[in-house]
Every structure is written in C-alpha cells, then in structure tokens.
Design a protein around this ligand. Structure first.
Ligand code: CO
Length: 262
C-alpha cells in the first residue's frame, strides 16, 4: 500500500528533510584523516536531539547507532566503530531523522582527504545516478522508468548496481511501500503520483554487484572488495516534478564533486 501524504505531512517531512541535510553537512565537514566513526555517530545523535527530533535508525531492527558509516568496500549499514578514517578512504554517511512523527532519510559518500581517480569517478557517477532518478520521477512515470534512468548513467562505466538493497517509500515509517530497485526490474511497476514520498538510494560498486553481510550481521560489503558508493535523498512527487526534501545545501564534498551536472 503506497500512501499519499497530506499537505501537513509533506510540510513536516520537508522540515525533517532540511534538518537531515544540515546534519549530514555538519557530519561531512568532520570527515578527515583520523576522524573516528564512533565520533560521527555521537555527533549525529547529539544533533538529532538538539533539533528536536530523534535518530531514525537507533533501535530499528535492533540497530544500536544513529548513523551508518560505510568505508571503502562497505556498501551500506557499516557500524560506527572506533575505526579511524585514513587519507584516501571514502565513507558513506547514512542518516535518518524522526521529527514530529515523520521520517526523512539521506546518505552521502564523502572523500577523506585526497582520493583516487577511480574513487572520484565512482562518487560522481553514483551521485549522477541519484539525480537522474530524481529528474525522471514525475507524475505518470513509473518505477521502471526510474530504474532505467539509473542504469543509463551507471552501465556505461561497467560498474555493478547493487540489487540486494533498494530504495523505499517513507513517511510515518522509515520503510514503507513501494520497494524501489535501482535497475529496471521485471515487476511490479508502480506509476508515480503527486503526494508519494520516496527515498531513492542507488548503491554502486566499481566491480561486481554482489554483496555479502559481515559477521557483525549489519555491514554489507562488495564480495570482490571493490569500492562502493551510496547517495540517498528523500523526495516527494509533486504535480509536475519531484521536490527534494534532503537537498544538501553547500555540501561540496571537499571541493571534489562541486560541479555535477544533473
Ligand atoms: Co533509506
């Protein structure tokens, strides 16, 4: 069941989304060689409370943290341990906020100092894939159209599009229907309508698309150990296009990704 949100719900999700974007921006600015993942998690929790919300992931299916931190070959759901980031790493920061009864959810992958050409290309492409999906998401288009738009950006690079994890509806719950594959799935095919609120979140590997879960039972990694990136926005379908609730104002990723054409 895909819920159409009321104007009031959309207003709250818009506020939640802006806060998520601000918090992710602040966390991204703390990313540098030596930063501990656990410190980013603590900061995420503090900021959630400071803005009058609560961290969406903490307690979700037994997850103990406010933030997911996925380094290098980690795809998603990386645990914010005491590991310190190193120059040349990339780190995915995935964060959701519950605010006045509604959720917004967003993720960025951030470079740690100078990163390789391969890593830069992967981040660029993954972000382009996200915006291609968003630009396709107008009323009357379908989830197949969204998946195809992502494939058209990613496939020419030969990267693997992760299939085990998908985007999702979002609203009064963190995960609502529909599931949103980041590729052109066979079925079902949902038509987009104004008032739908969706989290698009392509996860892209340099190598094979296959992932496995580590013994911690959370961290998903690429099976071939290749680099992986993830960007996510919460959006609403409007009367004529899509509104991004979690737009990262001035999030320039240390200057590396600042001129992305969408
Ligand atoms: Co999500």
């Amino acid at each position: 069941m895909v819920y159409i949100k009321s104007q009031r719900e959309l207003d709250i999700m818009r506020q939640a989304g802006r806060l998520v974007a601000q918090i992710l921006t602040e966390l991204s600015q703390l990313v540098k060689p030596g930063t501990k993942l656990s410190d980013l998690d603590k900061k995420a929790e503090q900021l959630s409370v400071a803005v009058g919300g609560s961290p969406a992931f903490k307690g979700y299916m037994g997850y103990k943290y406010s933030l997911c931190t996925s380094v290098n070959e980690q795809v998603v759901h990386g645990i914010p341990s005491d590991r310190a980031l190193k120059e040349g790493d990339i780190v995915g920061l995935d964060f959701g906020l519950l605010f006045n009864g509604l959720y917004s959810d967003s993720a960025v992958t951030v470079p740690v100092g100078q990163i390789s050409k391969q890593a830069t290309q992967l981040l660029r492409t993954t972000m382009q894939a996200l915006y291609a999906a968003i630009n396709t998401a107008t009323p009357g288009k379908t989830l197949k159209d969204v998946g195809r738009a992502i494939e058209q950006v990613v496939n020419p690079h030969g990267y693997g599009i992760v299939r085990e994890f998908v985007g999702h509806g979002i609203g009064t719950r963190l995960h609502e229907d529909p599931q949103i594959p980041n590729f052109e799935a066979a079925a079902p095919n949902l038509k987009l309508k104004p008032g739908m609120t969706l989290a698009f979140e392509p996860m892209i590997n340099v190598g094979t698309a296959d992932v496995k879960i580590l013994d911690d039972r959370w961290t998903a990694v690429s099976v071939d150990g290749s680099l992986s990136a993830h960007y996510e926005h919460t959006i609403a379908i409007t009367e004529d296009d899509a509104e991004v609730f979690t737009e990262w104002d001035n999030l320039y990723f240390n200057g590396i990704l600042d001129h992305l054409e969408s």
